[in-house]
Design a protein around this ligand. Structure first.
Ligand SMILES: *[C@@H]1O[C@H](CO)[C@@H](O)[C@H](O)[C@H]1NC(C)=O
Ligand SMILES: *[C@@H]1O[C@H](CO)[C@@H](O)[C@H](O)[C@H]1NC(C)=O
Ligand SMILES: *[C@@H]1O[C@H](CO)[C@@H](O)[C@H](O)[C@H]1NC(C)=O
Ligand SMILES: *[C@@H]1O[C@H](CO)[C@@H](O)[C@H](O)[C@H]1NC(C)=O
Ligand SMILES: *[C@@H]1O[C@H](CO)[C@@H](O)[C@H](O)[C@H]1NC(C)=O
Ligand SMILES: [Zn+2]
Length: 707
């Protein structure tokens, strides 16, 4: 059986494997793969990629807005074509000798092209991978939970609504468990296989695991430490928020449901995926006598329609002097779940078809403030598409994945401000006193900050891979530790990374834009609506796409080249102060005492050394000791070889010269004939050598590659 994946890998490694070939006498090839040629090559890529990607996106859009077997087939077919295309360019991109190139963006483009992603899989496995993905999406979109033979509910919007509005614990558990039974267990084996293939593709691309792939997308070596640092800084806010919510829910549901020493049960958090807890605001409102105005109710009272929600969010962008959505956007977007019984995938997303201003949003919208804000977020993606569309296609993506998410979210920060909602007539009370402000900030916190505990893994997602990972994994609750079993290679905190980074970035952007717009006063009161200066600042950063390393884009936008958590803390400081006081009065233990927070992943940072779990530094030391021992041993062996050799020679000459009684030699304390001794000693030496060269099974390859 041929292994196309393997031969591909060899080709990809060509540069690395045969460096000598590159240096010596290759003038003809040098000329062929020089910078001029690279530019022509990239132009060619640009033109063809537009067509290939467009066709793929078209069939995908067609499929997700009209789920049928036929449409799925078409999409899978185009996906295979796209993969072939990526292999074609990926392999060629490896051949250029970037070391001598002058233009940095040619360098970057070629590097990006070399990561061919899942296309690195052998063809049959690639096909399987795509099919698994499509099948999971299909199951997910069509699954329903039935009350009885006639009444069945699908996730969006019915079940989500139950999760959001019901305060009946039996009903909540029914919806939560019902959905997981309908989807989770059915999809589980598919998902495991899918993860296997994903990991394989990652490794074929030359990354150790998904984590390494993720870090490479950020082009920043210190990403992991940075994230850990953010988490430490965010800890006070997290712990206090979590503790407070715990108590508030305890008050409402009682001690038999809420164990103050355990996590908050997943079905009581107001959301199927515990992504946001804003739906249970009424249960955890800090000042319960000052009930905030119900914006959703006001919207319904004013007969808002989905079109108006889109138009309003577009108006926000144009008020900043940013670009309006192109006419085709309105034709192609799917704003509501179709009423003609057609199956669709409701998961909210924005797509870019890379050709002729063809952008769109898919959403099964309801008239609620949450959905309005989520449209603002999606319109942020559309704005990014519009701004970078003139770039070479390979740079048509966000500066990094978290940046992309932060762009939409920064607008929602302004749009959800009291000032803005008042302006567009969704609030009527002009004045906000300090108690209202704490209530308001609690709302934003529940919306933005996911309340973590032991189940953190399920809470965070952004990119499609993580979407699926988080949607489908560990969904059959009675299986303990299922998450770990799934893909030990994929370090979870990188997925949390996108979420954290985008959380921190959006507040950093917000502060910058507010400053530019001339806002005075507390950060949470800022609304950048109408500020052309803020709009210009944002637009200029978006225009760069991913053509520059993201710290440069960040610097351009904010004046700082590092991600900084200060703005987020400034924003929430009134809330944090209140929470600290309140929690102190309750005399609570902060956090989730019986659940170690898996974000820290203390365990997985351990390295196995001689079957012991040690932390990397200890293990490193151990290996140095082993190495030193090994070195000493080799010297000893070498010495022994020399000595044995000379001894043998000696005894041989003795043998031939005199027929005297044989002198006794000793081998391991046993007296025997010198020749025999020599033979055995040679054998022993040989054994030592074999043992030294062959790595014993307990010393794995991991030890030198932890990061
Ligand atoms: C690249 O190679 C071509 C011939 O294939 C040659 O005409 C051109 O001058 C070379 N360019 C550079 C920058 O060396
Ligand atoms: C959905 O796709 C099928 C083909 O699989 C097509 O016949 C049908 O017209 C499409 N429906 C809509 C509403 O586009
Ligand atoms: C392009 O990349 C190579 C190797 O990664 C590097 O040596 C070279 O300096 C880069 N050129 C530019 C202009 O950055
Ligand atoms: C199914 O449940 C719905 C909602 O509870 C109810 O209105 C309907 O009458 C039930 N139908 C049957 C056949 O039991
Ligand atoms: C893209 O190029 C067109 C034509 O040159 C120009 O009109 C448009 O303003 C550019 N778009 C952006 C976002 O720069
Ligand atoms: Zn998004």
């Amino acid at each position: 059986q041929t292994r196309p994946g393997l031969s591909l890998l060899v080709l990809l490694c060509y540069r690395q494997l045969l460096p000598c070939l590159w240096i010596k006498d290759e003038h003809s090839l040098d000329d062929f793969y020089n910078e001029t040629k690279a530019k022509i090559f990239l132009q060619f890529y640009d033109q063809t990629a537009k067509v290939v990607l467009n066709q793929f996106m078209e069939t995908t859009r067609n499929y997700v807005t009209n789920i049928t077997r036929k449409n799925q087939e078409e999409m899978l077919h185009k996906d295979m074509e796209r993969s072939q295309f990526m292999i074609y360019f990926g392999i060629r991109a490896c051949l250029f000798k970037v070391a001598q190139f002058q233009a940095q963006d040619v360098n970057r483009t070629l590097r990006k092209l070399q990561n061919i992603d899942k296309a690195a899989l052998p063809k049959d496995e690639l096909r399987e991978y795509n099919e698994l993905l499509a099948d999971m999406e299909m199951t997910y979109s069509m699954a329903q939970v039935c009350l009885n033979e006639t009444a069945c509910l699908s996730l969006e919007p019915e079940l989500e609504e139950v999760m959001a509005t019901s305060r009946n614990k039996e009903e909540l558990l029914w919806a939560w468990q019902g959905w997981r039974d309908a989807v989770g267990c059915q999809i589980r084996t598919t998902f495991e296989h899918y993860v296997e293939l994903s990991n394989k593709a990652t490794q074929l691309n030359g990354y150790k695991d998904m984590g390494a792939l993720w870090r490479s997308k950020y082009e920043l070596d210190t990403l992991k430490q940075d994230l850990e640092w953010f988490f430490q800084e965010l800890r006070p806010l997290y712990l206090n928020l979590h503790t407070y919510m715990h108590w508030a829910l305890h008050r409402h549901y009682g001690p038999e449901l809420i164990d103050l020493r355990g996590p908050i049960p997943a079905h009581l958090r107001g959301n199927m995926w515990a992504q946001s807890s804003v739906n249970i605001l009424d249960l955890v409102l800090p000042f319960s006598k000052k009930i905030p105005e119900d914006v959703t109710k006001i919207m319904k009272g004013q007969h808002w329609k989905s079109e108006k929600m889109f138009e309003d969010s577009e108006k926000f962008f144009t008020s900043l002097g940013l670009l309006p959505a192109p006419p085709s956007f309105w034709k192609k977007s799917m704003l509501m779940r179709p009423t003609d019984g057609q199956e669709v995938e409701c998961h909210t997303s924005a797509w870019n078809s890379y050709l002729d201003d063809d952008f769109g949003i898919k959403k099964c919208m309801e008239v609620t403030i949450e959905d309005l804000l989520s449209i603002f977020h999606e319109m942020g993606h559309i704005q990014y598409f519009l701004q970078y569309k003139n770039l070479s296609i390979i740079f048509c993506e966000g500066a990094n994945p978290a940046f992309e998410e932060a762009v939409g979210s920064v607008i929602t920060l302004s749009a959800s401000s009291h000032k803005h909602l008042l302006n567009i007539g969704l609030l009527s009370l002009k004045h906000q006193d300090s108690e209202d402000e704490v209530n308001f900030l609690m709302r934003i916190a529940l919306e933005k900050i996911k309340i973590f505990d032991g189940t953190i893994r399920k809470d965070i997602y952004n990119q499609e891979w993580w979407n699926l990972r988080l949607k489908y994994q560990g969904l059959c609750p009675p299986v303990p530790h299922s998450e770990e079993d799934f893909d030990p290679g994929a370090k979870f905190h990188i997925s949390a990374g996108v979420y954290f980074l985008s959380l921190v970035l959006q507040f950093q952007f917000h502060e910058t834009l507010c400053k530019a717009s001339g806002h005075m006063g507390p950060l949470h009161q800022c609304d950048i609506y109408n500020s052309k200066i803020a709009g210009k600042l944002l637009g200029d950063a978006l225009k760069l796409g991913s053509s520059k390393p993201w710290p440069e884009v960040l610097k351009m936008l904010t004046g700082e080249s590092e991600v900084c958590i200060k703005a987020l803390m400034t924003y929430f400081i009134p809330l944090l102060n209140w929470l600290v006081t309140d929690n102190m009065q309750q005399g609570d233990i902060l956090g989730w005492p019986d659940f170690s927070c898996s974000f820290e992943e203390k365990d997985t940072d351990k390295v196995t050394f001689l079957n012991l779990k040690l932390d990397p530094n200890q293990a490193k030391f151990g290996y140095w000791v082993l190495l030193a021992l090994g070195f000493v041993m080799s010297l000893v062996v070498l010495g022994l070889v020399c000595r044995l050799h000379s001894l043998e020679k000696q005894s041989l000459t003795q043998d031939t010269e005199i027929f005297s009684p044989l002198p006794n030699a000793y081998f391991l304390g046993i007296a025997m004939e010198p020749r025999q001794t020599a033979k055995r000693q040679w054998m022993l030496l040989g054994l030592c050598l074999v043992l030294m060269l062959r790595t014993p099974p307990w010393v794995r390859a991991e030890w030198w590659s932890w990061d």
